[in-house]
Write a new protein. Structure first.
Length: 207
């Protein structure tokens, strides 16, 4: 779902992209960039709210339409509200309205839709912010690794990916036929690069 999402290495930041969209929502290039960088995040948040795959695909498009319409009125101020928090509020409200419509349309009560709707109704603003941060950290970490993994050797990549399941250097060394010291070097090399990429992505996308 994430795809390769390497950003332009120029000076364009997320705020600049939002400003372009706010000035003109007919800027097809900027909107295409927005969709490329944010649709994966929107999708995982929708799924995280308990919506099934089929409905999530439809809701993704609905959220994108709502964001496109609302962006001209959005005021960027990272000190008051991160963009991703605002976005999660839009997602939550869109999902709630969708579920409300589903429940009301059905003559027989749909327990699945109703349960998700009731749970969403209990979500506070602070919980929305927590959801936004949790999903963002996972999303941005995946994007960073996806951007960098081809820069490493097959062995380095395999050791790092295996270390996500176990941090036992001795077991990894035996599995890949290398010294424990080499495992530590491989892991540190990747982690430093990933951390640097996460910082860059957060600056350009996370605000």
């Amino acid at each position: 779902m994430l795809g390769k999402a390497k950003l332009d290495t120029g000076k364009q930041t997320r705020q600049t992209l939002l400003q372009k969209l706010q000035k003109s929502n007919e800027d097809e290039s900027s909107w295409a960039d927005f969709v490329k960088y944010y649709e994966g995040y929107i999708y995982v948040v929708i799924r995280g709210l308990g919506v099934d795959i089929k409905d999530s695909e439809d809701l993704l498009q609905e959220v994108l339409v709502k964001v496109w319409k609302a962006l001209p009125k959005y005021s960027y101020d990272v000190e008051k509200c991160r963009f991703r928090t605002w976005l999660c509020v839009v997602i939550r409200n869109t999902v709630f309205n969708f579920l409300d419509l589903k429940v009301n349309k059905n003559k027989q009560k749909n327990v699945s839709y109703n349960e998700i709707k009731e749970n969403l109704n209990l979500v506070s603003e602070s919980e929305i912010d927590a959801i936004a941060e949790k999903e963002w950290k996972s999303y941005i970490s995946n994007m960073a690794w996806d951007n960098l993994k081809d820069d490493f050797s097959d062995l380095n990549r395999q050791i790092f990916e295996a270390s996500l399941d176990t941090d036992d250097n001795a077991a990894l060394a035996e599995r890949f036929g290398v010294a424990e010291s080499s495992v530590r070097v491989y892991k540190m090399r990747v982690r430093k690069a990933v951390h640097k990429e996460i910082v860059r992505l957060n600056h350009e996308l996370g605000g």
